[in-house]
Design a protein around this ligand. Structure first.
Ligand code: FES
Ligand code: FES
Length: 153
């Protein structure tokens, strides 16, 4: 299988990868670039565990081919945090908004995307923002509380 060279920015660093046409973005992030914060769940777009930011918008990295990412700005949870993300992370910890933690990076990406677009969302907007992310442990209420706490701080 021939591979295409793809240049992209990942968490602020320019990276060049060699990707075959079928390779998923999530696999490049986790396996080729060793960035493990992004999780693999369903691989069908349903669980949101693989959510990352692509050019500032939340996307499910299991639904995107790496070769389509030429020139893109990708953000995962690995190795950076601006003020908004740091507030969210601190709020998730202080409100116990996770148990197994499998969904957490995807939830944080979805919440971050929301707060960047709308710094003061109401509860319904929070629920909609995380509606593409499944959590089997918390019942969602602690996650919503954490996001509300990050908004209020
Ligand atoms: Fe991508 Fe579930 S692994 S949505
Ligand atoms: Fe376990 Fe959300 S904390 S799936």
């Amino acid at each position: 299988m021939t591979k295409d060279a793809v240049t992209l920015s990942v968490n602020g660093s320019q990276r060049e990868i060699a990707s075959d046409t079928r390779q998923l973005l999530v696999d490049v992030l986790r396996e080729d670039l060793d960035l493990k914060a992004t999780h693999v769940g369903c691989l069908s777009g349903d669980c949101g565990a693989c959510s990352v930011l692509v050019d500032g918008e939340v996307r499910k990295s299991c639904l995107n081919l790496a070769v389509s990412m030429q020139g893109a700005d990708i953000r995962t949870l690995d190795g950076w945090a601006d003020n908004v993300l740091a507030r969210l992370q601190a709020a998730f910890i202080s409100t116990n908004a996770f148990q197994c933690g499998f969904c957490t990076s995807g939830m944080l990406m979805a919440a971050y995307d929301l707060l960047r677009r709308n710094p003061r969302p109401d509860t319904l907007e929070i629920r909609k923002a995380i509606s593409g992310n499944l959590c089997r442990c918390t019942g969602y209420e602690p996650i919503i509380r954490a996001i509300q706490q990050a908004i209020d701080e």
